[in-house]
Design a protein around this ligand. Structure first.
Ligand code: IPM
Ligand code: MN
Length: 360
């Protein structure tokens, strides 16, 4: 298969983790006789520095003309504590999601057997957890009208959803559940919010088309508690943009490191693959950033194009690296010098030669 892949490394640790994902995809291409062509473009704070624009036109054009996008991370501390900044790195990512129509963000959460003791949660609570979060990504409070009063002392963000926006992601969530454990949990705040009541109504109606899937509901405050009290109860979680953002960071604690969580952002025409972690500025250039989330995002890219054998091999290689302690310091208690690129090398080597791979 031939794929044109746009690479948007972005800020902070984005470039170093993305480099490992590319390394792994190149190993896959070689092994399975695919042609993957990578073209890079700027996004985020680096694009502001260079072009005064977090999403320059040529970046957007490249994404639109590519088969898939590999995204690194976005954000820089110089913007975080400056509420008056008009141009912000995050705008680049949000505009990209909107322009490409990436309405569904899929975030798998898994407790790896070899990492059960890395999570601050008790082993018996997390063991066997396997959740797929379907977060709506182009609507809700993220994209509603914003307002700041003239005197700067009052502000508002509007949360809006339409039936169509809810239906399209709900269909994906139900279909995913059919291939998994046949349960969808809608997370909302229907006791307070009108938008949440619309979600419940629309999703309940739609559920009749998926009689083999069980639908249940949780208010987001309760869901946040259940996520760490009994995560095994979840199969597919379906939720709106802001709740999905919060719940998925919380869920990353189950895996033992946010550096493990991958995601796919899917639309009708385009698809983008990105780790859920941020730009982790303190770690930039130190070689300590965990590349696994980025590598697993590349595996989701392969899956998206039905390259299942390829994706499974990447996941097997990741499992092996975790088992052998070939991990960055966020997870490693045995070796303290395994760098971002060493993890990438190990995983790529395993793909080229599954039997011989060893830590050297
Ligand atoms: C994420 C991030 C983004 C979001 C930020 C960087 C805008 O936190 O992908 O989860 O809030 O969606
Ligand atoms: Mn987030």
């Amino acid at each position: 298969m031939k794929l044109n892949i746009a690479v948007l490394p972005g800020d902070g640790i984005g470039p170093e983790v993305t480099e490992q994902a590319i390394k792994v995809l190149k190993a896959i291409a070689l092994e399975f006789d695919h042609t993957f062509l990578f073209k890079e473009a700027a996004v985020g704070a680096v694009a502001i520095d260079k072009y005064n624009n977090p999403l320059p036109d040529n970046t957007l054009d490249l994404c639109k003309s590519s088969d898939a996008i590999l995204f690194g991370a976005i954000g820089h501390p110089k913007y975080d504590n400056d509420p008056s900044a008009k141009i912000r790195p995050e705008q680049g990512l949000l505009k990209l999601r909107k322009e490409l129509g990436l309405f569904a963000n899929v975030r798998p959460v898994k407790a790896y057997d070899t990492l059960l003791n890395k999570s601050p949660l008790k082993k018996n609570i997390i063991e066997g957890t396997d959740i797929s979060i379907y977060r709506e990504l182009t609507g809700g409070i993220y994209f509603g009208k914003k307002h700041l009063s003239e005197d700067g002392n009052a502000a508002s963000d509007l949360c809006e959803y339409s039936r169509e926006e809810i239906e399209r992601i709900a269909h994906l969530a139900f279909k995913a559940a059919q291939d998994r454990n046949k349960k969808v949990t809608l997370v909302d705040k229907a006791n307070v919010l009108e938008t949440s009541r619309l979600w419940r109504k629309v999703v309940t109606e739609l559920a009749s088309q998926y009689p083999d899937v069980l639908l249940d509901f949780l208010f987001v405050d309760n869901a946040a508690m259940q996520m760490i009290l009994n995560p095994k109860q979840f199969d597919v979680i379906l939720t709106e943009n802001l709740f999905g953002d919060v719940i998925s960071d919380e869920a990353s604690v189950i895996g033992g490191s946010i550096g493990l969580l991958a995601s796919a952002s899917i639309g009708e025409k385009h698809a983008m693959f990105e780790p859920i972690h941020g730009s982790y500025p303190q770690a930039t250039g130190k070689g300590i950033a965990n590349p696994v989330a980025s590598i697993l995002s590349a595996a989701m890219l392969l899956e998206h194009f039905h390259l299942h054998e390829e994706a499974d091999l990447v996941k097997e290689a990741v499992d092996k690296s975790l088992k052998l302690n070939v991990t960055t310091p966020d997870l490693n208690t045995k070796y303290d010098n395994i760098s971002t690129s060493k993890v990438g090398d190990f995983i790529a080597d395993f793909i080229s030669n599954p039997k011989d791979s060893n830590l050297n």
